[in-house]
Design a protein around this ligand. Structure first.
Ligand code: ZN
Length: 559
């Protein structure tokens, strides 16, 4: 069914709650494992229905944030989702203490129960009101950013549309575009300070109420991390600062040379070539056609998947006024359908959406068809981002299709951006870790911390002449810091694993892609660590992993 035809009706929260009470009671009284399995199946149906409706509302609201109908529906979900979750948790609690746990585990696998326990300890009705407030603050942040109307180049642009100018080959154009963006953030800086301040305090209070020392371990649990903790991530960050920062510093100094400048300013950082970054050939329709050809040539599974996306119109790619920024891929469970949202702007980013977001979509397309339990369809986000980031690199043989004669240039662009991302992502993680370990910091102290970490992880960037950045405001642009706490290191782990897949694909694309398919097909039935090991790749938290990776990648850069 096409997305436009999918019906939306606000769910009746009371009847959903009644249903949960009924099945939870029956489960507790359950006389056999089979009966309990049947109740788990009933729960899956209610859960998927609710998620389907909330996702449809979410998509339609992000496609047009000015539509009052879906704005109201989002407000409904902001306040009712925590109540809904409370009842789901109550059901899970009954499942976790089932008398037939052994028999159930044989059907579901042990990870199902492990994940359940992690989820249970991180939620409680005692924090429902705090979570409602947290949701409202996140919504306010996102609306504030989406409201940006910036006069530039004779047009009125939103922040996504402005990005194109921020990487212009003309240095004064990109400088001016960065100044405009900084101007928007400076104008709203006080409110952005307040929103983040309240978010950190709110999340800390939730952690305390749930018996955690601070939000850090709670955040890990909320992300369902089931195979590593903050200490392992610290080891990964150490490797990044030791091995990756000096490696990327070399790449950045070559970039400055290429641009013919003596040092990189913040507005030069993302402009990799003097004649501008590679741009794809053709508009949205063209690129989608090319992607179709590529996915068919990759193999039958990817071809079938992409046809499904096209037949059911599961994309919203054009940038429009009032549309939320960025891009995402989400799932509509009742239709076994993924959905891809983006803001095409004529940059290489458009192609990256068709590989990155499509990598996510491909994984959920497979999971809907192979994994019956909703809870086991998606792995933790590190592995999920591996699906998408690896797809970006597996698509390299088709770059000629999208970039024509600029394919080689895109290759360099893609590889350098992937490597450059790892220190930045690690900076975002260390910042958030520090924020939740020290929740009492003032807004100014937060900015100082961001700036200190900028120097640690991106010492090559100068903020000279850009007060918003030189005062440490840069974190306010990073929407994950507000909206998805502690979710960012996942990208760095995933980028590492994706680069490992790429190194393997350089030796034998087909063989490496086969290992990738097995990784993706396992969905969430295995932990990230198990998936990486099963694929025969280096595990990022193991010492020496990043050093070896730098050594394998370095000769391919030809600096
Ligand atoms: Zn992603």
């Amino acid at each position: 069914m096409t997305f436009a035809k999918m019906e939306y009706r606000r769910p009746d929260l009371n009847s959903v709650i009644d249903r949960y009470e009924e099945i939870t009671l029956k489960f507790t009284e359950g006389v056999s494992a089979d009966e309990q399995l049947d109740l788990i199946a009933q729960h899956e149906k209610i859960l998927e229905k609710f998620q389907t409706l909330s996702t449809i509302a979410y998509i339609r609201n992000s496609v047009n944030t000015a539509d009052p109908f879906y704005e109201k529906e989002m407000a409904f979900f902001d306040s009712s989702t925590p109540v809904f979750e409370e009842h789901v948790q109550r059901f899970y609690r009954a499942v976790a203490s089932s008398r037939f746990r052994k028999e159930l585990e044989q059907k579901t696998g042990p990870l199902f129960f492990k994940n359940l326990e992690i989820a249970l300890r991180s939620f409680s009705p005692a924090v429902t009101d705090l979570k409602k407030r947290e949701n409202a603050l996140v919504t306010e942040y996102e609306k504030l950013l989406a409201s940006a109307q910036i006069d530039f180049d004779g047009k009125v642009l939103n922040l996504s549309e402005l990005q194109k100018y921020q990487i212009s080959p003309n240095r004064s154009t990109r400088r001016e575009a960065w100044e405009k963006a900084a101007g928007f953030f400076t104008e709203h800086s006080k409110r952005l300070d307040e929103i983040y301040d309240e978010l950190v305090r709110n999340r800390t209070e939730q952690a305390k109420k749930l018996g955690y020392e601070n939000y850090l371990p709670l955040g890990y649990d909320r992300l369902g991390r089931n195979c590593y903790g903050p200490e392992d991530v610290r080891k990964f960050r150490d490797q990044v600062s030791r091995n990756f920062v000096p490696f990327v510093a070399e790449i950045k100094s070559a970039q400055a040379k290429r641009l013919g400048i003596s040092g990189l300013k913040i507005y030069d950082d993302a402009c990799l070539f003097p004649d501008g970054n590679p741009v794809p050939e053709g508009g949205r329709q063209d690129l989608v056609e090319k992607a179709k050809k590529m996915y068919h040539e990759m193999g039958p599974a990817t071809g079938e998947f992409f046809d499904f996306m096209l037949e059911n119109d599961l994309f919203d790619l054009d940038s429009k006024k009032g549309k939320a920024g960025g891009g995402y891929c989400t799932d509509i469970p009742d239709y076994r359908a993924p959905f891809i949202f983006s803001n095409f702007n004529g940059t290489a980013g458009d192609v990256e959406v068709l590989t990155h977001e499509a990598g996510h979509a491909f994984a959920s397309y497979l999971a809907f068809r192979n994994i019956p339990l909703a809870e086991l369809r998606s792995p933790t986000m590190d592995a999920a981002e591996t699906h998408s980031m690896s797809m970006e690199l597996f698509s390299r043989p088709w770059d000629g299709l999208f970039f024509g004669g600029g394919a080689e240039k895109f290759h360099r662009y893609q590889l350098e951006s992937a490597l450059d991302f790892i220190p930045y992502g690690t900076l975002v993680d260390e910042f958030q870790t520090a924020m939740y370990e020290n929740p009492g910091l003032s807004p100014d102290e937060r900015k100082k911390m961001w700036l200190r970490l900028e120097r640690k992880y991106r010492p090559w960037i100068s903020f000279d002449g850009m007060p918003f950045f030189s005062e440490g405001g840069g974190y306010q642009r990073q929407h994950h810091i507000y909206s998805f706490p502690l979710y960012y290191i996942d990208y760095c782990l995933a980028q590492t694993t994706a680069l490992e897949f790429w190194i393997a694909s350089e030796k034998d694309w087909k063989e490496a892609f086969g290992r990738y398919l097995a990784f993706v097909k396992a969905g969430g039935t295995k932990t990230y660590k198990e998936l990486v090991r099963q694929a025969g790749l280096g595990y990022p938290m193991d010492s020496g992993c990043l050093k070896r990776l730098c050594e394998s990648v370095s000769p391919k850069l030809g600096l």
